[in-house]
Design a protein around this ligand. Sequence first.
Ligand SMILES: O=C(O)CCC(=O)C(=O)O
Length: 260
Amino acid sequence: MLTASQLAQFNEDGYVIVKQLFDEEEAELLKTAARQDPSIAGKAMEREDGEGGKSKITLWNDEDDGLLSMYSRCERMATSADQILGDEAYHWHSKMMQKEPFVGGAWIWHQDYGYWYNDTCLFPQLVSCFIAIDPSTKENGCLQVLKGSHHLGRIEHIRVGQQTGADPERCKEAEKHCPLEYVTMEPGDALWFHSNLLHRSDQNTSPNPRWALICCYNAKRNSPYGKSSHPRYTPMKRVPDTAIKETGLKWLGATTDFLK
Ligand SMILES: O=C(O)CCC(=O)C(=O)O
């Protein structure tokens, strides 16, 4: 549940950080599941950044009964997503971002709605929650955001080197108006960010991993009208906040719909 002032901050800045959304035990369980659930390593896709780095991502659309799904399904996440979207939120996808020491790749400026527009969502009424698994620092490539850039609306996304990102000329201009913030976080902290917020991250040149679980939600009324690589509105199987500790070390199931 977000407070009125957290919601106001989200609307003004395009993001809000919730410190310790998950307590120490939940953050530790998340780290163990991320590192040990065989699906995470087994279904990881490698993404070259075109600058010599590469990141691994494991991405799934559906929810199941494994521990990692409890983070996206739990009441405190689902309710916050409802509040931000002003509608019933449903699970769009979750992804495990694995930025490994020394090799973890960079991401260029982009808006998530830059891509999700092509999934035939009419409104930018989607939101992501970045949950830090490791400390997320400048050195290991924490997320960077342009504060208030969600007010720009959707920017055209084009091929830039080996990545597709927001038009670099527009981003350069946006940087003159919207302050750049390095979002440093501790394990268990969460960052909610708008689907039109410009964000990027640097390579991880440090000896420390920078992993994060990102859970993304769409609004019920914004269900894709056409072809989409993510699901149409399906009610979330919401679980109480206690489900994380109760579930314990249970891995994602064989039926999980991982994207390739
Ligand atoms: O993990 C990162 O550093 C970037 C993540 C990101 O930009 C995204 O998932 O849209």
